[in-house]
Design a protein around this ligand. Structure first.
Ligand code: HMH
Length: 232
């Protein structure tokens, strides 16, 4: 079924950057089983820090959905389920860290993690449009979903001890959740793009800001993977 939303247009238009984020050498090394364990542990510690910062960001999107969305849209339910998964995710990080002997209390955020967390904080500011924040939210989750699902595809040689990590983001339920986020983002973008005449300029501004934000997410994701590989 052809997909015709704005997010689809962006993915096609920025295909190489999108591939750079979702088929990064770090992910490919998990998929072909050549992953370096120190790299995986580094990713684990840094992603734990990221996820802790991601929770208040998602909470801020939930507040916007409550304020700006209409009740019948179901946006709040989708975002709330996301917060629920983040609760499980934090517990999983702690358990996984102890399995690999990573002391999370001793992990300091590296530069790419700091920059990415600061970007999330910027997106929480009141002047940021709900549409822009939602587009970022979708992109952040979609990169992980596409990356880790790739490690579980037929023919992949992902080491068994890393399969659970890949399953967290690569499972069908998470894929469905990402589609729901994408539908919300597309609906908001469509609404912004078709704003009534006097608002056209403002609305176009929202759509282009959302596209720039999408690109920034992809760049932060690539930097994050590079850091995990130790090539940052
Ligand atoms: C860096 N991006 C990064 N970490 C994550 N856990 C996700 C996206 C998805 O939640």
């Amino acid at each position: 079924v052809p997909y015709g939303g704005m997010t689809d247009t962006w993915v096609k238009k920025h295909r190489l950057i999108y591939i750079g984020a979702t088929r990064h050498p770090f992910i490919l090394s998990i998929r072909d089983g050549t992953v370096d364990l120190p790299a995986f542990k580094r990713w684990l510690g840094q992603d734990y820090i990221f996820v802790r910062a991601f929770v208040p960001f998602v909470a801020s999107v939930l507040i916007r959905a409550y304020e700006k969305g209409d009740e019948s849209s179901g946006d709040m339910e989708v975002i709330l389920s996301g917060l629920g998964s983040l609760n499980d995710e934090i517990a999983w990080f702690k358990q996984e860290a102890s399995k690999w002997g990573v002391d999370l209390s001793q992990v300091a955020p590296e530069k790419p993690t700091q920059h990415y967390c600061r970007f999330l904080e910027e997106l929480m500011r009141p002047e940021v449009d709900y549409t822009v924040a939602m587009a970022a939210f979708w992109a952040i989750e979609a990169v992980y979903q596409e990356s880790f699902a790739h490690c579980l595809e037929e023919g992949s040689k992902t080491p068994p001890e890393l399969k659970e990590a890949c399953q967290r983001w690569g499972n069908d339920g998470f894929g469905h959740y990402c589609s729901s986020l994408r539908n919300i983002a597309d609906r908001l973008l469509e609404k912004a793009a078709s704003g009534s005449m006097p608002l056209v300029k403002v609305s176009e501004d929202v759509v282009s800001k959302a596209e720039v934000t999408f690109l920034r997410v992809l760049e932060y994701e690539v930097d994050f993977w590079n850091m995990s590989c130790g090539t940052a």
